[in-house]
Structure formats: structure tokens, C-alpha cells
Design a protein around this ligand. Structure first.
Ligand code: C2E
Ligand code: MG
Ligand code: MG
Ligand code: MG
Length: 273
């Protein structure tokens, strides 16, 4: 605890004042063992059928309940966890929580867990993921792993890893699709099941053909490649209607629910008429 007391400089607002590596080290110091101390919280955002509004699955999204800083969003610590390698154990912790939490949920929804590039590059990943899934009792068919385009494209070995995960029944989603730099030709050879349409393209849906251009192109591409699409960041009913008209039936966003603790979500779903 004495060591932790001196490390509050890591969120100083002017990063130019401090050496990034020193800041990373301070944050990493705080982050080490955060899972063991029970400071990592996994929230869930429903992924819904856009026609019925009913959840078919949930995305697991981590938060860090820091004793001094309060609830820290992932974008404030995942990048450092990635640079320092802490992400490997954090990722397995989130996976373990997500599988255990979801195993007993009625209706057998799937759970979608984010996988960082660093995790994908670690040779023990498949072994460790399978061990966690088996221990949890969750059927592998109920697990989706989300990877970004750049994570796959950067590493040849990443593709082999995805093939192996899929051979065990785990599905793969490409997260934030359209924001990376992989060529469309490349996509036809990727071992993936789902394209998640990045929320920047959903935000452009404004009833005009130009606004819909990218979402529409992604949906058509997915149809031809026989992939499912999930639209991210849906905030309005207008966006929902446009997505349905374009042929995308599944999505998530604040319109339906922000990420919340699972027990809270299940209670409110049980309340529904
Ligand atoms: P992501 O995987 O693309 O997750 C979707 C993000 O969009 C989440 O932010 C979610 O809260 C936010 N979001 C959902 N609906 C809406 C909406 O309608 N409007 C807006 N403006 N935002 C919406 P969050 O939870 O802050 O996570 C940010 C990113 O951090 C994630 O993006 C993911 O890349 C990363 N992340 C989160 N949890 C994990 C994890 O366990 N492991 C790894 N490696 N990365 C994680
Ligand atoms: Mg994601
Ligand atoms: Mg995303
Ligand atoms: Mg995103």
C-alpha cells in the first residue's frame, strides 16, 4: 500500500509534462494485482435483435474500480496494460468472469469478450482460453471473441490462432470493422464469423444515401461472405430503422442499454411485460 500511495501521477492531465514510460510504469504498478484485489469489474451490454429489442447476447466490458480514482474506463488503462503485457492476465480474468457469469443465465445467451492484439500473439492463448471455458461450464458455442482488423493483419500467427479457436466452436467477431486498414480482399480469407460495424458509421446514418454508404457496403459484403453483422453504438430509433432496412438485424447501443452489472440487467429483463 505504501508503494501505491506515491503513484498517483499517472493520470496527470498534461502528458507532455511527464515521460510516458514513467507514467506507464506508475499505472502498471497500480494495475498489477488489480484483478486479485477484486478491483476489476466486468459490465455487460446487451446485443439485441433489432426487430424485437430482445437480447441475444452480451458484450463484456471491463472497468477498473481504483481505490482513489474511482471507476476508470478501459481506454485509460487497456493501452498501458497492452504495452506492459499485463493485458494477458487481465484478459483471462475478464474471460473467466464472463464465462462464469453467463454459464447460468437462462435462455443460453452468448457472451462476447474483447481480445487484445497482445493476447492474440501469445502462444499459450488457445490452451488458456479452452481451460477457462471448460472450467466455467459454458459451451464454447456460446463464446464470441472480438478482435480488431489490425490485430489479425499484423500477425500471420494470429490467423492460425483464430482457426484453432474456431475449430473448438468459439466464434470470432471483427470489432470496429471499417476503421482498420485491412484490404477487402484480405477479409475473404479471414477465419471470422461476425463483422461489428463501428459506431462511427452508425452515427452517420441520417436518412441520406451518403450517410448510409459505409454501413450499407459492410452489410452487403457480410451477406456475400455469409458473415453476421452487429451494429455498434446505436443511439436512436432512426438508426435502428435504417439498419433494419439495410439488412442488419442485430446491434447494441445506449438506445437499448449502456453496459451494466449482469444482475441489474437480468432483473430489468425479468420485469419486462
Ligand atoms: P469496443 O469493444 O468497441 O466496445 C464498445 C464501446 O462502445 C464500449 O466502450 C461501450 O460502452 C461503448 N458504447 C456502446 N454503446 C454506445 C453508444 O450507443 N454510444 C457510444 N458513444 N458508445 C457506446 P467502453 O466500455 O468504454 O470500452 C472501450 C473499448 O475498450 C472497447 O471498445 C474495447 O476496445 C476496450 N475494452 C473494453 N473491455 C475490454 C477487455 O476486457 N479487454 C480488452 N482487450 N479490451 C477491452
Ligand atoms: Mg468490442
Ligand atoms: Mg467495437
Ligand atoms: Mg469501438
Amino acid at each position: 500500500a505504501a508503494k501505491r500511495a506515491g503513484t498517483h501521477s499517472w493520470m496527470r492531465h498534461d502528458p507532455s509534462m511527464v515521460d510516458r514510460r514513467a507514467m506507464d510504469a506508475a499505472l502498471a504498478d497500480d494495475l498489477t494485482g488489480a484483478a486479485g484485489r477484486g478491483e476489476l469489474v466486468v459490465l455487460y451490454q446487451p446485443i439485441v435483435d433489432l426487430e424485437t429489442g430482445l437480447a441475444t447476447g452480451y458484450e463484456a466490458l471491463v472497468r477498473w474500480r481504483h481505490p482513489v480514482r474511482g471507476l476508470v474506463p478501459p481506454l485509460d488503462f487497456i493501452p498501458v496494460a497492452e504495452r506492459t503485457g499485463l493485458i494477458y492476465d487481465i484478459g483471462l480474468y475478464v474471460l473467466e468472469r464472463a464465462c462464469a457469469d453467463m454459464a447460468g443465465v437462462p435462455g443460453s445467451p452468448y457472451v462476447s469478450v474483447n481480445l487484445s492484439p497482445r493476447q492474440l500473439q501469445t502462444p499459450s492463448l488457445v490452451h488458456d482460453v479452452l481451460a477457462v471455458v471448460r472450467r466455467s461450464g459454458l459451451a464454447a458455442q456460446r463464446l464470441v471473441l472480438e478482435v480488431t482488423e489490425s490485430a489479425i493483419v499484423d500477425e500471420q500467427s494470429g490467423i492460425a490462432t483464430l482457426h484453432e479457436l474456431r475449430s473448438h466452436g468459439i466464434r470470432i467477431a471483427v470489432d470496429d470493422f471499417g476503421t482498420g486498414y485491412s484490404s477487402l480482399h484480405y477479409l475473404t480469407r479471414l477465419p471470422v464469423d461476425i463483422l461489428k460495424i463501428d459506431r462511427s458509421f452508425v452515427a452517420e446514418l441520417d436518412g441520406t444515401p451518403t450517410g448510409a454508404a459505409i454501413a450499407e457496403a459492410v452489410i452487403r459484403l457480410a451477406q456475400v461472405l455469409r458473415l453476421r453483422t452487429i451494429a455498434e453504438g446505436i443511439e436512436t430509433t432512426g438508426q435502428t430503422d435504417e439498419l433494419l432496412a439495410l439488412g442488419c438485424r442485430t446491434g447494441q447501443g445506449f438506445l437499448f442499454s449502456k453496459p451494466r452489472p449482469l444482475d441489474e440487467i437480468l432483473l430489468s429483463e425479468a420485469d419486462r411485460p
